[in-house]
Design a protein around this ligand. Structure first.
Ligand code: ATP
Ligand code: MN
Length: 148
């Protein structure tokens, strides 16, 4: 039913809770997990040093997506990681189109937002606009994933 599952990650507890859920689904459906980190250009500004900042965020993204892919492979699931640069929700939607993604699994919240909002802004935009189903996963209050 699902062949390519996208798990956008910002390195947050919400994103790792989403990854655990995605791994279980991928295992059931024999699907591939795609881990994607987007360097958010708007959040970096334009002042001197921004180029170095982009590079260090790219580096962090490589590490986060490689760690996610390794975690999935250790669980017996095919996985790949990649890093994009731009506006997170646009890059996520482009990735869905370009890679034939049939399910997106992401955190209800991420690194920067406030828990009192129902959904983080990136997740809200994806839920509103994606052409494929979106599964949102909430991390436990202590920041670990929910073991049920
Ligand atoms: P804010 O609206 O202030 O950013 P937030 O950080 O709590 O609030 P989101 O940014 O929407 O909420 O994060 C929710 C989920 O979206 C994360 O768990 C992750 O799955 C995904 N996400 C957020 N930012 C990125 C990013 N830069 N690259 C890839 N995925 C992201
Ligand atoms: Mn965020």
């Amino acid at each position: 039913m699902y062949e390519d599952i996208l798990v956008p990650t910002d390195g947050s507890a919400g994103a790792s809770a989403a990854l655990e859920e995605a791994i279980e689904l991928a295992d059931q459906f024999d699907a591939t997990i795609h881990s994607l980190y987007v360097v958010d250009l708007a959040s970096l500004g334009t002042e001197a040093g921004a180029v170095d900042m982009v590079e260090s965020f790219e580096q962090m993204g490589e590490e986060a997506t490689e760690a996610a892919a390794t975690r999935a492979r250790d669980a017996g699931v095919a996985a790949e990681g990649s890093v994009a640069t731009g506006s997170p929700h646009r890059e996520i939607l482009d990735y869905v189109d370009d890679h034939g993604v049939d399910l997106v699994v992401m955190g209800t919240h991420g690194r920067t937002g406030l828990e009192r909002y129902l959904l983080g802004s990136v997740t809200e935009k994806i839920v509103r606009t994606a052409d494929v189903p979106v599964l949102t996963v909430r991390a436990d209050e202590d920041g670990t994933e929910d073991d049920e």
